[in-house]
Design a protein around this ligand. Structure first.
Ligand SMILES: Nc1ncnc2c1ncn2[C@@H]1O[C@H](COP(=O)(O)OP(=O)(O)OP(=O)(O)O)[C@@H](O)[C@H]1O
Length: 419
């Protein structure tokens, strides 16, 4: 269910900004509009919705309109056109009381520069928002201490901000935002001022916290790696303030909407984000309860494959049978496949990163079976597909080991053995 809906939102700075909208719609560029009208386009017809409990990342380079969006969202500035609905209510229509409620209780903000009050200790900083909202002393102290614990700062309650490292100061900022128990957490470049190592650590901790808290997080960043790591979905803003693509990290990496997004994502290590489920494909299977060597050979001949995966009626993987084994069974006049089933099939979960499958793929004779959380067989990932993803080069994709010659050779060998 969506909590925030942004509808055809424009923010244009400058004299008589509304007149720039038809020019934008006619396709005139941001630079030409600036020349012609003196107006600067910051947000250009954005439409999207943010679901409850999702982490929605707004990503764009400097000047793409990220800060403007945040300011529109808490109504620090007024959009030129369009609407922003929070819980179905247009924030432009809110009276000052509703707006205060929105800013104090519904949303909390974490800033890039931490925004701490230097003369207040940690706990006093954390309870500041509650103090402003008029929460009594005892309650706000307890809430502040709980939030401090949540971000792992217990023991530092009475330290001053200057005594803390950047990472710790940002934890205070996060604790202050969480102390209000807001439904929406607005994080504006919250980790951008931190050293890379601390930044990674804070990202990991935010993911852990979110797994427990289930807040709706709107995270603003200019860093694509950060966006891909944190976002359930990402909106990519172009330099013209237009939303270029909205999608899951996987959708953005595997199917960039235009050349701008493509350029952006081409340096990312895709294999860390591309998962087994996105490169898997279905394959014909044999049923352990009813198929024997004849059926196995027929299937392999028809599909031009040298081995087949065997499942039971519930589609739980039982093993794999090779053409050589099936020929041997047929020779022995066996009626089922149980005896020769190879059980040591490599498997992966749907969410396994392709990069983690490379070593297995190189070692295994067979494709890797993808097994879902339901324990059922969902398909296979070919070695060729993994290598192609890892090297990012389709040329490397070899024909899978699916050769009818293997079959012919095996039949031939078996016949020779019979003589
Ligand atoms: N008050 C203002 N008056 C005029 N133009 C503005 C104003 N605020 C922002 N802009 C312009 O709007 C566009 C979007 O700016 P915004 O600050 O929202 O981008 P941003 O993505 O947050 O960039 P950064 O990461 O550098 O903060 C830019 O072209 C900027 O120059």
């Amino acid at each position: 269910m969506s909590l925030v809906e942004v509808k055809d939102l424009y923010k244009i700075f400058g004299p008589n900004p509304k007149r720039a909208i038809p020019l934008i719609k006619d396709g005139m560029s941001k630079t030409d509009i600036k020349k012609k009208t003196g107006c600067t386009i910051a947000i250009n017809g954005a439409t999207f919705s943010i679901d409850k409990k999702e982490t929605f990342v707004v990503m764009g380079l400097s000047g793409s309109g990220k800060s403007t969006f945040i300011r529109c969202l808490n109504k620090l500035i007024k959009p030129t056109a369009g609407a922003i609905l929070v819980d179905g209510k247009d924030i432009m229509q809110m009276d000052s009381e509703e707006l205060q409620e929105l800013r104090r209780r519904k949303m909390s903000m974490v800033f890039q520069n931490f925004g701490l009050l230097p003369h207040r200790n940690v706990v006093n900083n954390v309870e500041f928002g509650l103090e402003v909202s008029g929460v009594d002393k005892e309650t706000r102290r307890q809430k502040a201490l709980d939030a401090i614990k949540l971000v792992g700062l217990d023991g530092f309650e009475f330290s001053m901000p200057r005594e803390l490292s950047g990472g710790m100061q940002q934890r205070v900022g996060l604790a202050r935002a969480l102390a209000n128990d807001p439904e929406i957490l607005l994080m504006d470049e919250a980790f951008s001022a931190l050293d890379p190592l601390i930044r990674t650590q804070m990202q990991d901790e935010l993911l852990e916290l979110q797994a427990k808290m289930h807040k709706t997080i709107i995270f603003i960043t200019h860093d694509l790696d950060e966006a891909l790591k944190l976002g359930d979905r990402i909106a990519i803003l172009g330099p013209d303030g237009r939303v270029r693509q909205i999608g899951t990290p996987e959708q953005i990496l595997s199917d960039p909407a235009d050349d701008y997004v493509k350029k952006f994502v081409q340096n990312v290590d895709r294999t860390k984000v591309i998962t087994a489920s996105s490169v898997k494909h279905g394959c014909p299977t044999l049923n352990i309860q009813k198929d024997g060597p004849e059926a196995a050979l027929r299937l392999m001949e028809k599909e031009h494959i040298s081995h087949a995966f065997v499942v039971d009626s519930e589609r739980v993987l039982q093993g794999i049978v090779s053409v050589e084994d099936a020929v041997e069974l047929k020779k022995q006049k066996k009626k089922d496949l149980t005896e020769i089933l190879t059980h040591n099939v490599y498997t992966a979960g749907p969410e396994t990163a392709v990069s983690d499958l490379l070593a297995t793929a190189l070692e295994s004779r067979f494709p890797i079976a993808v097994i879902g959380d339901d324990n059922k067989f969902h398909g296979i990932v070919d070695r060729a597909a993994i290598i192609a993803e890892v090297t990012n080069d389709d040329e490397e994709a070899e024909t899978p080991t699916v050769l009818s010659e293997v079959m012919e050779q095996a039949e031939h060998d078996a016949e020779a053995g019979q003589e």
